[in-house]
Design a protein around this ligand. Sequence first.
Ligand SMILES: Cc1ncc(COP(=O)(O)O)c(C=O)c1O
Length: 481
Amino acid sequence: MTIFDRSKKGRRAYTLPEYDVPEVDLGIPEHLLREERPELPEVYEVDVVRHYADLEAKNYSVDRGFYPLGSCTMKYNPKLNEDMAALFRWLHPYQPIETIQGALQLMYELKEMLMEITGTDDMTLTPSAGAHGELTGMLIIRAYHLDKGDVKRTKVIVPDSAHGTNPASATMAGFKVIEIKSSDEGLVDLKELEKELDDTTAAIMLTNPNTLGYFERDIVKISEMAHEAGALLYYDGANLNAIIGRARPGDMGFDVVHLNLHKTFSTPHGMGGPGSGPIGVKNFLRDFLPVPVVRREKGDYYLDYNLPKSIGMVRSFYGNFGVLVKAYTYILTMGKDGLRMASDMAVLNANYLKKLIGEFYPVAYDKDEKRPCMHEFVADGTKLLKETGVKTLDVAKALLDRGFHAPTIYFPLIVHEALMIEPTETETKETLEAFANAMKEIVEEARRNPEKLKEAPVNTPVRRLDEATASRKPIVKWPKG
Ligand SMILES: Cc1ncc(COP(=O)(O)O)c(C=O)c1O
């Protein structure tokens, strides 16, 4: 039932007192004024509350159940973060600088902590998401090479396991993207890299652990190769949750590092926001950071716009400030040991689940049983498809019927029937076992009655949707009548 169905003429959620001040003519031109009243639903307050409660109940979230969406780090987000962010809700970005010292201090301290975590020397907090951070990082790399007069460097190397935003961001920044094949272990193939690396390479973009959930053990060698060729190394931080407190991208040789605060540092995300994708850089790149950068001088905080080589502004104001408060709160609540323990637990949970699921569902690039995965792994449904005709999409839909959010599917692209599973550190052993049991039940069903799985989901508010049409031709308003 929509809120329009609840509507009855004349009903009101609240009434305002009669005006006791004269009406003001706002000077809105006649032709812009409405001729008729907008057709809004007329409802009591309780109807409004029930409408939103109904919508909420139809939704699925981390607060409702297990959400193993690979690469997205859907961990539990402590509610304390929200309370702290709400403390700042009255701030306005146009306020005079002396009245927002606390907010600037928070940004400055967050930056310092993130620089320590990543092993970088300076940072911008402004980008609004991972992909936005990638574009910012690529623009910094471009500005750096151009500043040196090194105009030949027009290509960026990405592995074939990369997230789609990597080649997209490099392309948007004006580079040509060169894709290199992964090795049969699912890692960067050094020979392939060597073939492509030359004096036209601007950067190599990598995530570590990679999107198959494996640690790039040759990362120091890759960094040496990149730097010898005069290229820079870019870190896609979507998978930082696996290594916090154990390893730092800066120490591995990465020059530009993005973070997904909404993933690793616990902000509710999904369905488009809100996010934050800070970019950390090594010293030699600090002049190219976007403006403004938060700085401190003699105990006062200020916004530094005076960076002559800066790539400019990448968005309005100073970033998604609420997400910054949540990340700051999370880091302080967890402390150094807590953050390291979180990544340890994320890796432990992923390996436990991999072991359970691996008994009946192949894991991609898992020939060496001794090699642990990091915080996620990719199950491969190719064999199931061949034997039963059941696709990974059907498995994902069947999981919804069993009360779980589906893992990421069909990514990375090099695994054709990929189910990318990231349990995160905040799940219990019982939840992991329940999920593995649900997967097992689905595989058994696939062998018994594959047609039934093609009907899934049957227990959700909506069945299979035409996702392509929904995103290309979204209907975002109530269709009258
Ligand atoms: C490996 C990887 N890189 C980059 C991104 C882009 O991050 P965002 O969604 O915050 O733009 C994602 C997002 O899922 C990702 O998984």
